[in-house]
Design a protein around this ligand. Structure first.
Ligand code: NAP
Length: 327
């Protein structure tokens, strides 16, 4: 029986597995049946993950993380967690393949999904000009005209960031008012490298192997127009993958799992920074983080979750509770 179950196999999940396995446990990673490897599986070149000065392909990076976890003894199940029981000393996970795993500690690292526009072209051109992460892909569009969809803080932040590379950034927003905070909106509106198209949605994206342009539909008049662009950055929000845990750990209003966060000065050693509202259940990566959302920050929080789980198991053993939780 494993001492730790990890649900999710992005940078957070695999890093938690590496740390838990190196701490002497035999963690089980419920990696997902079709989504194993997390969001990086759908990216091409990753150039900002430390240690890879030449860059690394997203799928290769995840394969390396998986190999590192299994090398130290983690068991990876390419299966989906479909049911969880998190209350009480024994955490129980049932899977799509009909397996059941139990352990005294559990790490949730299920990530979040970038919301899409719902266009068929997003499938065809994902990673070929359609992107959901400016930090990841902006660099590839140096000197090009690019578009950003959305009117929130993410869209403003991405648009401003992309002006470093693009010859021009056009923000397309479906209403006439931005949702973004005033300071972000003002900064973007005043930026000479950013043009705004209000009251418009992208109703189609053109190109076979790379984005060449879009069809814009005016949300007031219904009129359509064509615009050339080399890339479309979709920044219309993220959905944390927390539904499975919704009634068992505390979520914030946007659905992100609430964790303790950093302990107050002097409280180190008593607070688990990745602890959820359920004792023995820890959460890390994008399912708790709506700000940073980077592979490296997710990996870092995975390490913290494994260390927190280790400390929890140590305390449980010291109190005599571990034996009861592992039968
Ligand atoms: P958000 O605030 O929910 O904004 C999403 C934007 O996308 C809205 O303008 C929305 O339009 C638009 N949208 C949604 N679905 C759409 C669709 N199908 N087609 C076209 N447009 C669509 O999401 P977010 O910008 O990712 O921000 C999420 C949270 O993180 C917010 O609390 C934000 O303040 C925070 N955040 C903060 C910072 C920062 O402070 N630096 C940076 C990023 C994010 P409508 O306005 O018409 O609904």
């Amino acid at each position: 029986m494993p001492e730790v179950i990890i649900i999710g196999s992005g940078p957070a999940g695999y890093t938690a597995a590496i740390y838990a396995a190196r701490a002497g446990y035999t963690p089980v990673v419920i990696a997902g049946s079709v989504t194993a490897g997390g969001a990086l599986i759908n990216t091409t070149e990753v150039e900002n993950f430390p240690g890879f000065p030449e860059g690394v392909l997203g799928p290769d990076l995840m394969e390396r993380m998986a190999a590192q976890a299994t090398k130290f003894g983690a068991q990876v199940e390419f299966d989906d967690a479909t049911e969880v029981e998190l209350a009480g000393p024994v955490k129980r996970v049932r899977t799509g393949n009909g397996l059941e795993f139990t352990a005294p500690a559990l790490v949730i690292a299920t990530g979040s999904a970038a919301k899409g526009l719902g266009l068929a072209a997003e499938q065809r051109l994902g990673g070929r000009g359609v992107s959901y992460c400016a930090t990841c892909d902006g660099f590839f569009f140096r000197g090009k005209d690019i578009m950003v969809v959305g009117g929130g803080d993410s869209a403003m932040e991405e648009a401003i960031f992309l002006t470093k590379f693009a010859s021009k950034v056009t923000v397309v927003h479906r209403r006439s008012e931005l949702r973004a905070s005033r300071i972000m909106a003002e900064r973007a509106l005043a930026h000479p490298g950013i043009e705004f198209v209000f009251n418009a949605v992208i109703s189609d994206i053109h190109g076979d192997t790379a984005v060449t342009g879009v069809t814009l539909t005016d949300t007031v008049t219904g009129q359509t127009s064509h615009r050339e662009t080399a890339a479309v950055f979709v920044a219309i929000g993220h959905t944390p993958r927390s539904t499975l845990f919704a009634d068992q750990v505390e979520l914030d209003p946007a659905g992100y799992i609430v964790v303790h966060g950093n302990p107050a000065p002097g409280a180190e050693g008593t607070a688990y920074t990745t602890a959820t509202s359920q004792p023995g259940v820890f959460a890390c990566g994008d399912v708790v983080d709506h700000i940073y959302r980077q592979a490296i920050t997710a990996a870092a929080s995975g390490a913290r979750a494994a260390i927190d789980a280790h400390n929890y198991l140590t305390e449980l053993a010291a109190g005599g509770g571990l034996a009861a939780a592992t039968v």
